[in-house]
Design a protein around this ligand. Structure first.
Ligand code: SAH
Ligand code: MG
Length: 196
């Protein structure tokens, strides 16, 4: 993989305020993926492909990432970036709303990375659980949403997102088949491992 190009992609995305994976979050995921050597990863929320490109390094041989993005311009840019770095064999982008695309997928994944519309996290969880292998791991980024999720005052604008993120946390915590840790890295990362 071309690290210099990856660095450029990262800087360009940050300049444009595209909410890409933060460095401290990537550090945590690095440990998880290094140990896991996943065959299949599902990502919800591609943006310009930065996180998918990062994750592609950890795949087992002939491993694959499926990633979903609803904005056409982002899909085009992601495809471009993925080609530039030279990992186009490893990443397949689905264009469209994940709410419509997820129910059409029927694969089994080692890792599901949720990083899209916060109001849809409970639905994404339901779909992730349907396709997760035993001992698979679901990672949910932005789970603490700038601290709003843990505070009792929220502006109207954030209220729906916060309600759904809290619902997500409640479900992963109460699910007896999941072992969950929530970390304050980046904007909050929930790590849920499916136990046999
Ligand atoms: N994972 C990326 C960042 C994703 S930002 C990275 O770390 O590099 C979130 C992206 O999710 C945005 O590009 C947004 O368009 C997309 N998105 C939000 N809701 C979505 C949905 N319901 N279906 C598909 N894509 C969605
Ligand atoms: Mg994010």
């Amino acid at each position: 993989m071309n690290k210099k190009i990856l660095q450029k992609i990262k800087e360009n995305a940050l300049e444009r305020h595209i909410p890409i994976l933060m460095d401290d979050t990537l550090e945590v995921i690095d440990k998880i993926l290094t140990e896991k050597k996943p065959e299949k990863i599902l990502e919800i929320g591609t943006a310009v492909g930065y996180s998918a490109i990062c994750f592609s390094e950890y795949l087992a041989e002939s491993g694959r990432i499926d990633t979903i993005e609803r904005e056409h311009d982002k899909v085009e840019e992601a495809k471009d970036n993925i080609k530039k770095v030279g990992v186009e064999e490893k990443i397949r982008i689905y264009e469209g709303d994940a709410v419509n695309i997820l129910p059409t997928l029927n694969e089994q994944y080692d890792i599901v990375f949720i990083d899209a519309a916060k109001g849809k996290y409970p639905f994404f969880l339901e779909q992730a659980l349907r396709m997760l292998k035993d001992e698979g791991i679901i990672l949910a980024d932005n789970i603490l949403y700038k601290g709003y999720v843990m505070s009792d005052y929220n502006k109207h604008k954030q209220r729906t997102a916060v309600t759904h993120l809290r619902q997500y946390i409640k479900e992963i915590t109460e699910n007896p088949n999941l072992e969950t840790t929530i970390l304050e890295v980046g904007d909050g990362l929930a790590i849920s491992k499916k136990i046999k």
